[in-house]
Design a protein around this ligand. Structure first.
Ligand code: KDG
Length: 327
C-alpha cells in the first residue's frame, strides 16, 4: 500500500556555500527541492510510503534528482524521463532579507510539459491519498490541466486529496493564480493555505471568515497556517487553534509550509477513513489537534536548517522530540 501519491516539479537547488550573495559567491552547494518532493521526503522519513510523479530531463541534473529522492526511499518509478527537455534549476539568495530571494530557471522544463495525456492509471494504484500544490499548475496551461485532471481521477477513485496552494507570485499573474487555485479548492478534501494566501485570494478577512468561506467551497477540513501564531483547523463542526513553536535562530524559511503539510498529513493519514471520521467529533478533534501540533513542530524544525527538507526529522528523531528528549 502506498500512503500518498504526489505529483509536481522538482528542481536542482543551488545556494552559495558561504551565504554571500549569489552574485559574488564563487562556490555553490547543490541539492534538490520542490514542494511536492519536499513533502514526499518528509513523509517517507516518518515511515510513510510515498510515490512521487514528475518529469525530469535525461540530463545530469535529472539523474541526480532521481538518485537523491530514491536515496530518501521515495518511490520515483513512475517519473517520466524526457529526451529533449531540461530539468529545472533554481537559486536561493540569502543576501537581502530573512526570507531568501528565489530565482527560477524552469521555463520550458520537462515537468512544465507534463499534460493530462501523461496521466497513467498506475499513478493511482494501491493508494488512497493524493497531495498536490499550486506550484506545478503555475508552470503552464498543460501542467495546470494535468493537475486538475489528476485531482478528478483521484476523486473518482475515492481518494482523499490534500491541496497546499503554495502561491508563487513569480510564476503566474494574479488573475491566473486566483482563477486556477479557486478551481482547485472545490476538488480537494483538505485545503492548507497560509493566511497571506487567503488574503491574496479573498481579500482581508478574519480567520473564522476564511474558515467558513473555504468550507463552503467544498473541502471538509481547512488547515490554516498563521506563521509564528501557529495554525488553525476548521471543519463544519469546530475550530481548533494550536500555537506556533518559537524559533530563535531562523536560517531558511523556504519549505516551512511543506514541513507543516508533512507533519499534519503524517497524522491524518493514519485515519482509516477521513470522511467518516470527520463526523466523529470527539475522536477527530484530538487527531486534528495533534496534526496541527506536529505540523507546527516540523515547520519550526525545517526553518532552522539550510535547504528545503534537510531539517525534517526521521520518525525516531520526531518521537524523541515529542517526548521532550533532545536529539
Ligand atoms: O515550498 C518550497 C518550494 O517553494 C521549493 O522547494 C521550491 O517548489 C519550489 C518552488 O517552486 O518554489
Amino acid at each position: 500500500m502506498v500512503d500518498v501519491v504526489t505529483i509536481g516539479e522538482s528542481m536542482i537547488l543551488f545556494q552559495s556555500l558561504n551565504d554571500s550573495s549569489i552574485q559574488y559567491s564563487p562556490l555553490f552547494t547543490k541539492s534538490v527541492a520542490g514542494a511536492e518532493s519536499n513533502v514526499a521526503i518528509g513523509l517517507t522519513r516518518l515511515g510513510k510510503k510515498v510515490r512521487w510523479i514528475s518529469k525530469v530531463g535525461d540530463d545530469a541534473f535529472g539523474k541526480y534528482l532521481l538518485a537523491t529522492l530514491a536515496g530518501e526511499q521515495v518511490d520515483v518509478s513512475n517519473c517520466i524521463i524526457a529526451d529533449n527537455e531540461p530539468t529545472a534549476i533554481y537559486f536561493k539568495d540569502f543576501k537581502a532579507s530573512q526570507d531568501p530571494i528565489v530565482y527560477y530557471y524552469r521555463k520550458g522544463s520537462a515537468a512544465s510539459k507534463l499534460n493530462k495525456n501523461d496521466i497513467q492509471p498506475e499513478w493511482f494504484h494501491n493508494t488512497r491519498h493524493l497531495h498536490v500544490t499550486g506550484i506545478t499548475p503555475a508552470l503552464s496551461n498543460d501542467s495546470a490541466e494535468m493537475i486538475i485532471e489528476a485531482m478528478k481521477v483521484a476523486k473518482r477513485n475515492h481518494m482523499t486529496i490534500s491541496f497546499d496552494p503554495n502561491i508563487r507570485r513569480k510564476l503566474w499573474t494574479e488573475e491566473e493564480a486566483k482563477s486556477t487555485i479557486q478551481k482547485m479548492i472545490p476538488l480537494c478534501d483538505i485545503f492548507m493555505p497560509g493566511l497571506e494566501e487567503c488574503e491574496f485570494l479573498f481579500g482581508k478577512k478574519s480567520t473564522d471568515e476564511y474558515g467558513e468561506l473555504l468550507l463552503n467551497m467544498g473541502p471538509r477540513l481547512i488547515l490554516l497556517k498563521c506563521g509564528a501564531d501557529g495554525a488553525m483547523a476548521y471543519t463544519s463542526e469546530y475550530m481548533i487553534h494550536k500555537k506556533g513553536v518559537f524559533v530563535e535562530n531562523i536560517v531558511d524559511t523556504v519549505g516551512a509550509g511543506d514541513a507543516f503539510a508533512t507533519g499534519s498529513l503524517s497524522i491524518i493519514l493514519d485515519l482509516q477513513n477521513i470522511d467518516m471520521e470527520l463526523n466523529n467529533t470527539t475522536k477527530i478533534k484530538s487527531v486534528i489537534a495533534n496534526a496541527l501540533e506536529r505540523g507546527n513542530r516540523l515547520g519550526a524544525l525545517a526553518i532552522q536548517f539550510k535547504g528545503d527538507w534537510e531539517g525534517l526529522p526521521t520518525l525516531n528523531e520526531l518521537t524523541a522530540i515529542e517526548h521532550g528528549e533532545s536529539v
